[in-house]
Write a protein that binds this ligand. Structure first.
Ligand SMILES: NC(=O)c1ccc[n+]([C@@H]2O[C@H](COP(=O)([O-])OP(=O)(O)OC[C@H]3O[C@@H](n4cnc5c(N)ncnc54)[C@H](OP(=O)(O)O)[C@@H]3O)[C@@H](O)[C@H]2O)c1
Length: 354
């Protein structure tokens, strides 16, 4: 018999990531939606009137008539324990802290708290042990609740690919050039006249996130804090005219020599905590290694593992680094809402939502 589902809220429910939350939570075995919030522009409206639904399959009937609440503690029902945040980074900082202080568990997509020393930046496949920061976070801040964050969408798939290499061989340097989908810019995002027939070689703030977040994610828990990983990342971020799915051209320098077959085996053999626990949103396998010369591609491969898997291909030696390969992953599923939901499933299994 399945346990009683936990009632959850979605903050920023009308946006690109908020809509994914609603879609992915529609039949979730652990969670059910009990509250939706948005900006002042939408507060008080029916969800169906405020949100321009962007996803295939239509808006779930259960949310159509829900009234959008203000994004503040007093407006969210006492029966809600867990909040998924799809707020813009600027709005998220104070609001998420206020909600955690008021007793909510906040699983956030926003960048505001990702690099706070006492806030887990979490990918359950990569660093499930970093949730050990939560008790210290609550103590230090005097909060009844807590905040857990998931990484930037491009970082997520990069780090899912780097984790097996770091475990098996160690990493000393990583170079990444991203080709990022339009949905990563939210809705309505980049103007059609800017992106059609074009590539934009700049995404504000993105390269800094790609160069810093992997070091926290792959860092080690030492004495109750995270010691960052000791490799260096160089990133160049580009916006391309693809709807969903971020592609990344990655080169790595390893600490220990490895044959190409060993690198391939590290990818294909990788199993993390979500697979061991059988979490509902966990892809299995988490990494799909392609051998065809022209894969992975966004249109063909972004929905691998229901959008939760990381696809890798074109693994080959690199004349400057040791190896190079292509990484592809869905940005609004594993890179955003699906990643936050997997975080919450891990927290549930570890007892943090009791
Ligand atoms: N898109 C991606 O692939 C992706 C991936 C990873 C992380 N993220 C992060 O996820 C977050 C959401 O991104 P998005 O692409 O969904 O953005 P978006 O489409 O612009 O949606 C923003 C949402 O936040 C609400 N909002 C805006 N200002 C607010 C305020 N002051 N108070 C309360 N609600 C407010 C909006 O409500 P209204 O409709 O009422 O304006 C809307 O629901 C961002 O932090 C982003 O960096 C996005």
């Amino acid at each position: 018999m399945s346990p009683k589902r936990i009632r959850v809220g979605v903050l920023g429910a009308t946006g690109a990531v908020g809509q994914r939350f609603i879609q992915l939570l529609a039949d979730h075995p652990y969670f059910e939606i009990g509250a939706l919030t948005a900006s002042d522009r939408s507060v008080g409206k029916r969800y169906a009137d405020a949100a321009k639904w962007l996803l295939r399959g239509g808006m779930p009937a259960a949310v159509e008539d829900m009234e959008l609440a203000p994004t503040e503690p007093a407006a969210i029902g006492a029966d809600i324990r867990l909040l998924f945040s799809a707020l813009p980074g600027g709005a998220a900082g104070q609001v998420e802290a206020d909600l955690a202080a008021a007793g909510f568990a906040v699983c956030s997509n926003a960048s505001a708290h990702r690099m706070d020393a006492d806030v887990p930046l979490l990918i359950p496949d990569v660093n499930p042990e970093h949730t050990a920061l939560i008790p210290a976070q609550k103590r230090a801040r005097g909060w009844r609740g807590f905040i857990v964050t998931n990484p930037n969408c491009t970082t997520t798939h990069l780090v899912c690919a780097l984790k097996p290499l770091q475990d098996a061989f160690g990493l000393s340097a990583v170079n990444v050039v991203s080709m990022q989908a339009l949905s990563g810019a939210g809705y309505p995002g980049v103007s059609a006249l800017d992106i059609l027939d074009n590539v934009i070689p700049f995404i504000g703030g993105e390269e800094g996130k790609l160069e810093s977040e992997p070091l926290k994610l792959l860092g080690a828990m030492q004495g109750g804090a995270i010691a960052p990983a000791d490799f260096v990342v160089s990133a160049q971020a580009n916006r391309v005219a693809v709807r969903n799915g971020h592609l990344e051209a990655v080169s790595v320098k390893l600490k220990r020599p490895a044959k190409i077959e060993e690198v391939a085996a590290a990818f294909t053999g990788y199993r993390g905590e979500p697979q061991r626990l059988g979490l509902p949103s966990a892809p299995d396998p988490a990494i799909i290694l392609h051998t065809a010369d022209d894969r992975p591609q966004p249109r063909l491969d972004r929905l691998a593992g229901n959008g939760m898997a990381t696809s890798i291909g074109r693994l080959r030696p690199d004349p400057i680094f040791d190896y190079k390969f292509i990484v592809l992953g869905h940005n609004t599923i594993r890179g955003a809402s699906g990643g936050a939901i997997l975080n919450a499933e891990l927290l549930y299994s570890q007892g943090y939502l009791a």
